[in-house]
Design a protein around this ligand. Structure first.
Ligand SMILES: [Ca+2]
Ligand SMILES: [Ca+2]
Length: 308
């Protein structure tokens, strides 16, 4: 900023300090303009959001586009309030967009559709810059818009319409009663259905799952994510259990015998056979159970919170 002294005053040659909101500006004076100083301060811009995720209803043959979007409760962004249609479904022709669907259009099996979701920061005057976007848990693309808004996009391939059945999952988990448990049904690595529930003994129901085989992925903070194979060919119930990181004997607590089991496996004295127990023992997630994993589990039992 440039500051000019009012008539009858001049700036002191030695002691000129400019502060604004506690920030000390660098001041320069030009000898040819004794009544003028220039003050500079460089602000560090902080990024508000790095990752955005949204859940939509994936296209199914014969269904009309669904414009409902849900975001995580703690999301720093919302649907853009100034866009007439902040959610668009666009039919693709190869990798190019061919037309935007109207609300009465119907999806056709095998065709590709891009969903575009336009976002604005939840808090005014904040800046939205997303490095990663996820739609239904699948990595999408970030679309830059003008100003402090932007969008996320993901291309779905429309499913055949098929028989649909409810799938009920009883989930045993530990630690927090309030942390959300995420349940996802995936095919070939693509998330088809996703939902959340809470509680150490929770039940989640997918009301309409298209007949087929899925990988069911259960995850919760401080727990080891677990995959199950599920085939839905009628009304289906499954039970699942996820355990805390470091809970090698899968009893829900991280105790010194868990550290011992990990150590015996790492040293070759007694191999763990259960693949999920091995995943729980590999607390640093490098793909193998080693002495440092056992040490971290042991430190957790001492209350050093090395795991969570
Ligand atoms: Ca245990
Ligand atoms: Ca490891």
């Amino acid at each position: 900023m440039t500051l000019d002294a009012v008539d009858g005053y001049a700036f002191d040659d030695i002691r000129i300090n400019v502060f604004e909101n506690g920030n000390h500006y660098t001041v320069t004076k030009d000898a040819s303009f004794p009544k003028r100083i220039t003050a500079r301060y460089s602000y560090l811009c902080t990024e508000l959001v790095y990752i955005a995720s949204a859940t939509v209803t994936a296209p199914v043959a014969g269904a009309k586009p669904d414009y409902t979007v849900t975001f995580p409760d703690d999301a720093g962004y919302k649907l853009h309030p100034d866009f007439e249609s902040p959610v668009d479904w666009i039919e693709m022709n190869g990798n190019t967009e061919s037309r935007t669907l109207s609300a009465d259009d119907k999806f056709e099996a095998g065709k590709k559709y891009r969903v575009k979701i336009w976002l604005a920061p939840k808090t005014e005057n904040e800046y939205l810059w997303l490095s990663y976007t996820f739609v239904n848990g699948n990595q999408g693309t970030w679309i830059r818009a003008n100003g402090n808004s932007g969008g996320m996009a993901y291309v779905f391939t429309c499913e055949e319409a098929g028989e649909k059945y409810p799938l009920s999952v009883s989930i045993r988990s530990f630690l927090s009663e309030t942390q959300p448990i995420t349940v996802q049904l995936m095919q070939k690595g693509v998330v088809k259905y996703t939902g959340t529930c809470t509680g150490a003994r929770a039940t989640y129901e997918f009301p309409k799952v298209i007949k087929g085989s899925y990988t069911m992925r259960i995850s919760k903070k401080n727990h080891v994510t677990r995959d199950y194979s599920v085939t839905v060919s009628g009304e289906t119930s499954r039970s699942a259990k996820i355990c805390p990181v470091g809970d090698v004997n899968l009893n829900g607590n991280v105790q010194s015998n868990d550290a011992m089991l990990a150590y015996r496996h790492a040293s070759g004295k007694s191999q763990l056979t259960d693949s999920y127990a091995i995943k729980c023992a590999d607390v640093n997630g490098n793909g193998t159970v080693q002495a440092n994993d056992a040490m971290q589990i042991y430190r957790q039992t001492l209350g050093k919170h090395s795991l969570f």
